[in-house]
Design a binder for this molecule. Structure first.
Ligand SMILES: O=C(O)[C@H]1NCC[C@@H]1O
Length: 353
């Protein structure tokens, strides 16, 4: 036998380790990774998805670093931990994690989790042509509809939580750039929006590092200079990131590109589901699109696309809001079984900035 034959026929076994194995299913949506934790996490305590989010932040954050950071992940890794939800209509609850902590909404993850929930039988008796999967995210209940035919899952569309323009034409003083006018909008998470041209940049052509630096400077400025609030929970009232756009907000059937820099200068490879939600709410608020007018949003990083449209007017507290539908496609990339060795000084992970 050759050594290749020997290895090929041998069942893959776990290497020497101590403690629980962490197993994950990896997917990507428009290039943005989603590491779905399959098994190995301890019990997540809390009587609501939001309190579970607080619990993991306080008690289990070392596991986020193990799974998101190098050497098992990387600076821009993204993860999802499926949990029980306190809401009867929910099929599952989910906590999102990234390089800095835990977000409140993630559209690319919802698109991937919709497929995962059907393929891994978290919902009983899938329906054709679409199976509904109710996903309780920290921001609220998100309804995903997963294409399903001949036993195969496909594209996913989801209806997000009420989205609203929080403030438009807000002037902030940004380090290195001076006064910058931003719009702030909520799509399950708060984002600041600015046309990249303001910084002499192009979201599809400029170096990622330059886009990250400009967007991060805006995020820092808005965090210090604008107080956010959300009508339903203080846990939701923080700026998640800045989205630089190509400025093409007037309705067109052509795609409009944007790039989202969120958490700790993390770059979304996808067009950003929660960002598309917030951007559609903003465009609707400005009278630039009508209900059910679909726009295509393209990632400045990978050219991957989501579609988005406002489908219904609603309210969120005193804010005039809209329900936004976002659609995209996720793919599986593999499964991994991670272990830790007690004498590995880097086992809890590290990041290179
Ligand atoms: O698609 C989204 O909404 C997300 N992707 C990474 C950053 C956001 O949470």
């Amino acid at each position: 036998h050759s050594i290749r034959e020997y290895l090929n026929q041998m069942e893959l076994q776990l290497p020497p380790h101590e403690g629980e194995e962490l197993s994950v299913v990896d997917m990507h949506t428009g290039g943005e990774p989603l590491r779905i934790i399959h098994s190995g996490y301890p019990e997540v305590k809390g009587d609501s998805v939001l309190s579970k989010r607080r619990y993991v932040r306080e008690h289990l954050d070392h596991l986020r670093r193990v799974l998101m950071y190098e050497p098992r992940g990387h600076y821009d890794m993204y993860g999802a931990l499926i949990v029980d939800s306190e809401v009867p209509e929910a099929d599952l609850g989910v906590l999102f994690m990234h390089n800095e902590g835990y977000s409140t909404m993630c559209g690319h993850a919802v698109i991937a989790l919709g497929r995962f929930a059907v393929d891994y039988k978290l919902v009983k008796e899938p329906q054709s042509p679409e199976t509904q999967v109710n996903i309780h995210c920290p921001c609220g209940l998100v309804k995903a509809f997963v294409e399903y035919s001949d036993g195969k899952t496909g594209g996913v569309r989801f209806l997000s939580v009420p989205a609203f323009a929080f403030a438009t034409d807000v002037k902030v003083t940004v380090e290195r750039f001076g006064e910058v006018t931003v719009d702030i909008s909520y799509g399950g998470a708060f984002y600041a929006f600015v046309d990249a041209q303001r910084f002499g940049l192009d979201v599809t052509k400029s170096r990622t590092r330059d886009l990250v630096d400009a967007a991060t400077a805006v995020t820092n400025a808005v965090k210090c200079q604008v107080k956010l609030h959300h009508p339903t929970s203080d846990d939701l009232a923080f700026l998640y990131g800045t989205i630089l756009t190509d400025g093409k907000d007037n309705y067109s059937s052509d795609p409009t590109a944007n790039i989202c820099v969120f958490a700790e200068a993390q770059v979304d490879r996808s067009p950003t589901g929660s960002g598309v939600t917030a951007r559609v709410a903003l465009q609707y608020h400005k009278g630039l699109i009508q209900l059910n007018q679909t726009r295509t949003f393209q990632s400045g990083a990978t050219e991957s696309q989501f579609t988005g449209k406002a489908v219904e007017e609603t309210k969120c507290g005193d804010f005039k809001a809209v329900v936004v539908e976002v659609a995209g496609r996720a793919f599986y990339t593999g499964v991994s079984r991670f272990v830790q060795e007690p004498d590995d000084k880097l086992t809890h992970g590290f990041l290179l900035k």
